[in-house]
Design a protein around this ligand. Structure first.
Ligand SMILES: *Cc1c(COP(=O)(O)O)cnc(C)c1O
Length: 380
């Protein structure tokens, strides 16, 4: 029985868009060379500054998907031949390595087993062996495996070296209460269709003072220096993603009204609840140190693609695996979700498991989730 209001989307991008944001997206376009846009853009920048808890204007927005800002990071902070370490423990880590090689950086790939977090000590040793290393490229939340890499601990390793810590935070910014300046990160990349709960097409690039000193001008479109000049004045070098910037102002207002501590706490509780629920259903969590942006499950003895198909019949879309995890896992995104959205996914999962002959009775997963929730809310 297909749902008549369309499917619910629980994928790690795109994510569902809140009504408050959809209302903004439905408005008539305004021109970008107007005081109306300029004021809205400057206000958006002020809100973003609050989100990243920084006083400096060290960030730009690009009209691109998240990968555009990753490419911008490689192009604006490094030169051809620069030695960098790319932490490769999933599909997005591979993307850092590919981008680096594409622009002729000297990329050392630090292979990490998929599902495991990088050991800061491993990065430290590599940096000792390569004192000429200019950067460490890593994900905060590696969405292909559901792993969280402890970027705060990595910053302790990079801070006294020449290496900039470049963090793909596309599924971390807006999930964790990230404080890039305080934590010692150098470059942070974000994307609109993840925790910002917007349509795709807008990316964010934040950088530290020491990264700013290294800015090059190797890209025409992704030119951070030029954009920074324009954007701090409420303008952009090219036509901005006007609608998305206006909607980002709303998204940032939602996040900041709640407070990033509370946002992180909510995702943490969802994460814990789903983990208990999967356990109750006899399903294993794949990553050793899971990101709270999503729950990544490796079901043994059940085909995750068959599960996904059954869930879709009930109008619930979760994501499958990518790369070498294709057909081995399924992923449930928490981004943009309320505490009580998750019993919807769990109900669909339980029905799917029942259809595939794995569970006979209902409610074990939902019950474990609600149990975690009520305890967590009481103490919170
Ligand atoms: C989604 C995602 C990307 C890619 O972003 P696009 O917007 O698809 O270009 C990169 N890194 C991570 C960790 C992601 O989750």
């Amino acid at each position: 029985m297909k749902p008549f209001k369309g499917e619910r989307i629980f994928t790690p991008g795109p994510v569902e868009i809140p009504d408050r944001i959809r209302e903004v997206l439905g408005r008539q376009i305004i021109h970008h060379r107007t005081s109306e846009f300029r004021e809205a853009f400057l206000e958006t920048r002020e809100l973003f500054k609050q989100l990243v808890d920084c006083k400096e204007e060290n960030f730009v927005f690009f009209a691109s998907s998240g990968t555009g800002a990753m490419e911008a990071a490689v192009l604006n902070f490094f030169d051809e031949g620069d030695k960098v370490i790319a932490v490769v423990g999933g599909k997005f880590g591979e993307r850092w390595a590919e981008l680096g090689k594409k622009y002729r950086l000297n990329v050392i790939e630090l292979e990490v087993e998929w599902g495991k977090s990088v050991e800061p000590g491993a990065v430290e040793n590599l940096l000792k062996d390569n004192p000429d290393c200019k950067g460490v490229l890593v994900q905060a939340s590696e969405s292909s495996t559901g792993v969280y890499h402890d970027v705060r601990a990595l910053a302790q390793v990079t801070k006294d070296t020449d290496a900039l810590l470049v963090v793909d935070a596309i599924t971390a910014l807006g999930v964790y209460n990230m404080k890039p300046h305080e934590w010692g990160l150098d470059v942070v990349v974000g994307g609109s269709q993840k925790a910002f709960m917007l349509p795709p097409g807008l990316s964010m690039l934040w950088f530290s003072e020491r990264a700013k000193e290294r800015l090059t001008a190797r890209s025409y479109y992704f030119n951070v220096k030029e954009e920074l000049k324009k954007q701090t004045d409420g303008q952009t070098a090219f036509t901005p993603a006007i609608g998305l910037i206006l909607a980002l102002r709303e998204s940032l207002s939602i996040l900041l009204e709640s407070g990033m501590d509370a946002v992180e706490e909510r995702y943490r509780l969802i994460s814990e609840g789903l983990s208990k629920a999967m356990d109750a259903l006899g399903l294993s969590i794949f990553p050793e140190n899971p990101s709270i942006a999503m729950t990544t499950v490796m079901p043994e003895g059940v085909d995750p693609e068959a599960l996904r198909k059954e869930m879709l019949r009930l109008g619930v879309r979760v994501a499958g695996g990518q790369g070498k995890l294709k057909g081995k896992i399924f992923r449930v995104s928490h981004m943009g979700m309320e505490l009580l959205d998750m019993p919807v996914v769990l109900s669909a999962l339980e029905v799917a498991l029942n259809k595939l002959g794995c569970v006979k009775t209902f409610g074990a997963g939902v019950g474990a989730y609600l149990d975690t929730l009520s305890t967590g809310i009481k103490h919170g």
